[in-house]
Design a protein around this ligand. Sequence first.
Ligand SMILES: NC(=O)c1ccc[n+]([C@@H]2O[C@H](COP(=O)([O-])OP(=O)(O)OC[C@H]3O[C@@H](n4cnc5c(N)ncnc54)[C@H](OP(=O)(O)O)[C@@H]3O)[C@@H](O)[C@H]2O)c1
Length: 233
Amino acid sequence: MGLKPNFHQLDVSDINSINTFCDYLQNKYGGLDVLINNAAIAYKNSATEPFGEQAENTMRVNYFNLLDVCHSLFPLLRPHARVVNVSSSMGHLTKIPDQEIRNQFASSSLTEEKLSELVNQFIRLAKKDEHTKYGWPNSSYSVSKVAVSALTIIQQRAFDQDSREDLVVNSVHPGYVKTDMTSWGGHFTAERGAEAPVYLALLGPNISSPKGSYVWHDKKIVDWVHGPTPEAF
Ligand SMILES: NC(=O)c1ccc[n+]([C@@H]2O[C@H](COP(=O)([O-])OP(=O)(O)OC[C@H]3O[C@@H](n4cnc5c(N)ncnc54)[C@H](OP(=O)(O)O)[C@@H]3O)[C@@H](O)[C@H]2O)c1
């Protein structure tokens, strides 16, 4: 297509790496128009690490490090910037069995601090192997993506109060995609998986929707709290 994309090293688990990337963007471009938070990890079902360790590492990379990237890069966002948080079908709120925990995730007064505390509660219980007893799912990946979608709603609320015009963030389920994460077992090619994230990254100026939404791979908005999700994947 004649485009000339550049790349820059970034380890989202290393705050120095995030800050180096942020300085590079600031110095070279003076701002940022599009941010897609795609980096994530998922333990395989066959992983032998204790569940508590898996929970801590998964929450760190998929939620806390995504938050670190946002804290560093959001000041660079220019008016009309688009942010896409890559979630998952596993990030639908109904993946959390307990109604009271779901209520906390869905609360309109949820803040980043309260959300991080909820995530830490899950990690503490996972380390004692008591997470299912207290109404959490037996999937760290699922909790991490629920947290990413909850964070997206909080972030859009902040964007709506921001002095910069028309900042939009959405979370997206890209589909079940053939990648390392799925051991190449998905239905979609990477190109097909990129369709909805790219659509959200390129939303036109001053759109009213989707904003702070949970978007399916077919670009339709899914009710994150009540569902239903269109299909298993
Ligand atoms: N594949 C699916 O069916 C599916 C379904 C729903 C959602 N998703 C989501 O889609 C996104 C992409 O997943 P994928 O299937 O492409 O997974 P993948 O094949 O495992 O790729 C994950 C990517 O994240 C990067 N990453 C991991 N840790 C990082 C770190 N600390 N710093 C920077 N980059 C890091 C990896 O970089 P390196 O290669 O350099 O390690 C890799 O490029 C993820 O958010 C995933 O949860 C995937």
